[in-house]
Design a protein around this ligand. Structure first.
Ligand code: SF4
Ligand code: SF4
Length: 266
């Protein structure tokens, strides 16, 4: 974890009220509010694999182009796995590439963090003494005038309202990798495994090219219709990528190697 993230985590644990799914809050963000668009700049937004899938498809571009144009990949020697941040523009306010006078230009496919705001979520890691179980918290920042506006809503209702179901489903699968006890045991991925993680999670179109244009899939026992789905369906491909990473990085039995290929699959 970077120093900045560690400081943020400590601040959340110290200062922010914890919320359960049933706790309520009052918040609304809509055109006309005095701070409209103010939060869409100079901000660290971590992108999940599903965020990237949704945004690159909304823009009609390949994952590689999306990563090149709109993201940065910060690296810290203590990092367990590669992370992706949304790149801000190089203007005075460091505005997001997608903010427009009418709001977010990719609103239907905006990232997880933008959907959840002003709710944040903390998850425990293996042996985490500070966080025993997952909880939500309310970010109440001075510049944001949406607090106290609109109807009272529970966190659960907010999640439905913001279309978070699919994001949460894929978020849970992603956490099975990022919070894996492999890392809690102090192990680190080497460079080739970091690259595998990056490709299968974030560079989906390259991952598809890799598995379809190599002998990779011929070495695995696959479900009957999976190959056809992997050719077309990004969500299926991402699920398969998560499965492969558990197999390749953490030696989980999520895949079966054909007997004829034993000894050749890495
Ligand atoms: S993606 Fe959309 S909602 Fe998120 S910071 Fe950018 S403009 Fe704002
Ligand atoms: S600062 Fe708050 S109310 Fe203002 S645009 Fe951002 S989320 Fe909405």
């Amino acid at each position: 974890m970077s120093d900045e993230l560690q400081r943020f985590k400590e601040k959340v644990l110290r200062e922010y009220p914890r919320l359960s799914k049933d706790d309520t809050f009052k918040f609304a963000c809509k055109p006309g509010i005095s701070c409209y668009n103010e939060c869409c700049g100079d901000v660290n937004i971590f992108l999940t694999p599903y965020d990237i899938l949704r945004m690159k498809n909304a823009l009609g571009i390949q994952s590689e182009e999306f990563l090149d144009k709109y993201t940065i990949t910060p690296f810290d020697k203590n990092q367990n796995y590669p992370v992706i941040l949304l790149k801000m523009q190089d203007d005075d306010k460091h505005t997001c590439h997608f903010v427009s006078p009418d709001g977010c230009a990719v609103y239907d496919d905006r990232p997880w963090a933008c959907r959840y705001y002003p709710i944040g979520m903390a998850s425990p890691k293996e042996n985490d003494e500070e966080v025993e179980s997952a909880f939500f918290f309310l970010l109440n920042e001075d510049h944001c005038k949406g607090h106290g506006e609109g109807n009272e809503m529970s966190v659960a209702e907010w999640r439905i309202d913001q279309g978070l179901d699919k994001y949460d489903e894929f978020g849970e699968l992603y956490k099975e990798l990022t919070l894996h006890d492999y890392f809690a045991r102090g192990k680190q991925l080497d460079v080739p495994r970091m690259e595998m993680f990056h490709m299968a999670c974030y560079n989906l179109d390259k991952f598809r090219e890799f598995i379809l244009n190599s002998s990779f899939l011929t070495r695995l026992e696959l479900e009957a219709d999976l190959l056809e789905k992997l050719k077309e369906d990004d969500e299926e491909l991402l699920r398969f990528g998560f499965r492969w990473l558990k197999f390749a990085l953490f030696a989980e039995k999520t895949m079966t190697i054909r007997p004829s290929a034993l000894g050749g699959l890495k």
